[in-house]
Design a protein around this ligand. Structure first.
Ligand SMILES: Nc1ncnc2c1ncn2[C@@H]1O[C@H](COP(=O)(O)OP(=O)(O)OP(=O)(O)O)[C@@H](O)[C@H]1O
Ligand SMILES: [Mg+2]
Length: 479
C-alpha cells in the first residue's frame, strides 16, 4: 500500500507532487492541500457501504468511491423506500431544539466554538444522559481518560454505561467504532485526530477532511450518530470547521461571552431541522444547565432608568425579550464616537441619521454608546425602534413608561415598517408581564393575537412611536 501524497490547489485544481507556498498554475498563495492518492479499495479500513445500509443512510451523501464501485440505476421517487426519521433525545431539551428534535441516527453533527467555551462539557453531559438508554462512545483525542473522568465526576456523572476511548489515531478510533457499533459517538476533537497515512500535521486541512470523511462513511454505514467537536481558529495552520461544513449534516456553534456565564447554541446548518434555532445554557461549576426561560437573562433590573428600552427579538421560533441601553453624551472629539455592543454599528449609524434628519435631534454633536443586555447579538431590524427609543430617552433623560416593549423596523424616511412573527413576540412579552407594546401601524395581527393581554399602540412613524413610548414629543424642544 503505497503512501503517496498529491498537493491539489483549492483554487484552480492543479496538482503537484511537491508542496509549494504558491500555486504554479494560478499563482494563488497557500492554496495547496495535501491529498492521499491510495486507492480506497486497497485500504482495509475504508470498506464500501452495502446497498442496504446505503438505502437507509439518513440523508448523507456517500463517498465518490462508493458510488463508483456499486453502479446503481435511478428509480422513480415513488418506489424509494421510506423510513420514518427516528431521533435520539440528547438528554437536553435545548440541544434537541437546536438539532430539530434530537439526534438523527447516522448523521454527523459538528459542534464548533472558541477554546474553553464548554464544548467538551456540553457533549460529555449529553453523552452521560444518552448513555442511560443507548450505547455511547466518547473519544477524547485531546485529554487523557483520567482528565475526562475527572470532568465526568465534577459534572455529577454516575452509573451510566458510557464508553471512553482516549486516542488520537484515526485507525484505532475507526476500529473501535466498528467493533462497538455505538448508537452515538462523540469525537473531541476532529482537529486532534490523526490519519497516519497523511504526512501533514494533525489539524491541517487535509487531515481534518480525511478523518471526517472516514468517520462519516462508517457512521452512515452502521447508523451511528456522530458528534464532532471542531475548534474555531483564526490562523490558517489549523483547519477550522469551515472545511467540514459541507460534509456534515448539521453545524452547531457554541458561543458566549467568556466573562458571562450563559452560553448560546445555534444551528448554522441543519439537514434535519430549521436553522437559527437558539439553545441557551448557563455555565455553573457543576456544568451546563439549561435556561428554559432566557428572556429573564436578557432583561435588566426591574427599575426603569433613562436610556433603556425593551425589545422583543426573534431567534428561530423563539422570542426573547431583551433590554437595550443607550448613553448619549456630549462629544469631545472632532467626529463623535459610536460604539455598539450586540448590534451592528452600521445599523446604529443609520438609526442616528434618521433621528437627526426626521426629528431634528443634533446627535452628530454627541457620542453614542449602545449595549444589548446579557451579551446577546441582535441582528434583525425589528430592534430598530427599540434602539431609536433608547437613544432618544438617553438624549432627553427620559424614562420609558414601565411595562412597555417596542417592536418595529425603521425606514430611512422615518416610517415604521411591520416586522415578522409579531404575535409570537407579543405573546412572550405578555407572558413576562409587559402591558403595552408599541408596534408599526398595519401590522395585521391574526386571530392568535386575540388572547394576548397587551395594549397595542400603533405608530406610523418613528416620531409617533416615540410620543407613545416616552409620553412627550422629542422633536418639540429642539436643542
Ligand atoms: N473545576 C471547574 N470548576 C468550574 N468550572 C470549570 C472547571 N473546569 C472547567 N470549568 C469551566 O468549563 C470551561 C471549559 O469547558 P470545556 O473544557 O468543556 O471547554 P472546551 O470548549 O471543550 O475547551 P477546549 O477548546 O479547550 O477543548 C471553563 O471555561 C470553565 O468555565
Ligand atoms: Mg474540550
Amino acid at each position: 500500500m503505497g503512501r503517496s501524497s498529491l498537493y491539489v490547489c483549492q483554487t484552480c485544481g492543479a496538482q503537484t507532487r511537491q508542496f509549494f507556498g504558491r500555486c504554479a498554475a494560478c499563482g494563488s498563495w497557500n492554496s495547496l492541500v495535501e491529498q492521499v492518492v491510495t486507492a480506497s479499495d486497497t485500504r482495509r479500513r475504508r470498506p464500501v457501504a452495502s446497498a442496504g445500509a446505503a438505502a437507509g443512510a439518513a440523508g448523507g451523501a456517500l463517498g465518490a468511491t462508493d458510488l463508483l464501485q456499486r453502479p446503481r440505476r435511478s428509480e422513480s421517487i415513488h418506489t424509494v423506500g421510506e423510513r420514518p426519521l427516528q431521533r435520539l433525545g440528547s438528554g437536553y431539551g435545548e440541544l434537541d431544539r437546536v438539532l430539530g428534535g434530537g439526534l438523527v441516527p447516522g448523521s454527523l453533527v459538528l459542534v464548533g466554538g472558541d477554546p474553553g467555551i464548554g464544548k467538551s462539557t456540553l457533549l460529555l453531559q449529553s453523552a452521560e444522559a444518552m448513555a442511560a438508554r443507548h450505547l455511547v462512545l466518547y473519544v477524547s483525542a485531546e485529554e487523557s481518560a483520567q482528565q475526562v473522568k475527572l470532568r465526568w465526576r465534577r459534572l455529577g456523572g454516575a452509573g451510566s454505561q458510557l464508553q471512553l476511548l482516549a486516542e488520537t489515531d484515526l485507525e484505532l478510533v475507526l476500529q473501535e467504532l466498528e467493533s462497538l457499533r455505538p448508537a452515538v459517538a462523540i469525537i473531541d476533537s476532529i482537529q486532534a485526530l490523526h490519519d497516519g497515512e497523511l504526512a501533514s500535521a494533525p489539524g491541517s486541512v487535509a487531515q481534518v477532511r480525511e478523518c471526517a470523511a472516514a468517520l462519516a462513511r462508517i457512521a452512515k454505514r452502521q447508523d451511528t450518530a456522530l458528534l464532532l467537536v471542531g475548534h474555531v481558529t483564526k490562523e490558517g495552520t489549523l483547519a477550522g470547521p469551515k472545511v467540514l461544513e459541507h460534509l456534515v449534516d448539521a453545524v452547531l456553534t457554541f458561543e458566549g461571552d467568556r466573562f458571562a456565564s450563559h452560553r448560546l447554541l445555534r444551528a448554522v446548518k441543519n439537514r434535519f431541522g430549521a436553522t437559527h434555532e437558539l439553545g441557551v445554557f448557563e455555565m455553573r461549576d457543576r456544568g451546563l444547565v439549561e435556561v428554559t426561560n432566557p428572556s429573564e437573562l436578557f432583561l435588566g433590573s426591574d427599575e426603569p432608568s433613562a436610556g433603556t428600552a425593551t425589545i422583543v427579538a426573534c431567534e428561530g421560533t423563539r422570542a426573547l425579550v431583551v433590554e437595550l441601553q443607550a448613553l448619549v453624551s456630549t462629544t469631545s472629539y472632532a467626529s463623535p464616537r459610536r460604539t455598539a455592543t450586540g448590534i451592528g454599528t452600521n445599523r446604529l449609524h443609520q438609526i442616528l441619521a434618521v433621528l437627526e434628519k426626521h426629528l431634528g435631534l443634533p446627535l452628530s454633536r454627541f457620542d453614542c454608546y449602545l449595549a444589548v443586555a446579557g451579551g446577546l447579538e441582535v441582528e434583525e431590524p425589528a430592534a430598530d425602534l427599540g434602539v431609536a427609543t433608547a437613544v432618544v430617552a438617553s438624549y432627553r433623560d427620559l424614562t420609558l413608561a414601565p411595562g412597555t416593549v417596542l417592536v418595529g423596523e425603521l425606514g430611512l424616511g422615518g416610517q415604521l415598517r411591520p416586522v415578522g412573527q409579531l404575535e409570537l413576540r407579543l405573546q412572550e412579552a405578555a407572558r413576562l408581564g409587559f402591558r403595552r407594546a408599541v408596534v408599526p401601524k398595519g401590522s395585521g395581527l391574526g386571530p392568535m393575537a386575540a388572547g394576548i393581554d397587551l395594549q397595542l399602540l400603533e405608530a406610523g412613524t418613528v416620531a409617533e412611536a416615540l410620543v407613545l413610548a416616552l409620553g412627550v414629543n422629542p422633536a418639540d424642544d429642539r436643542a
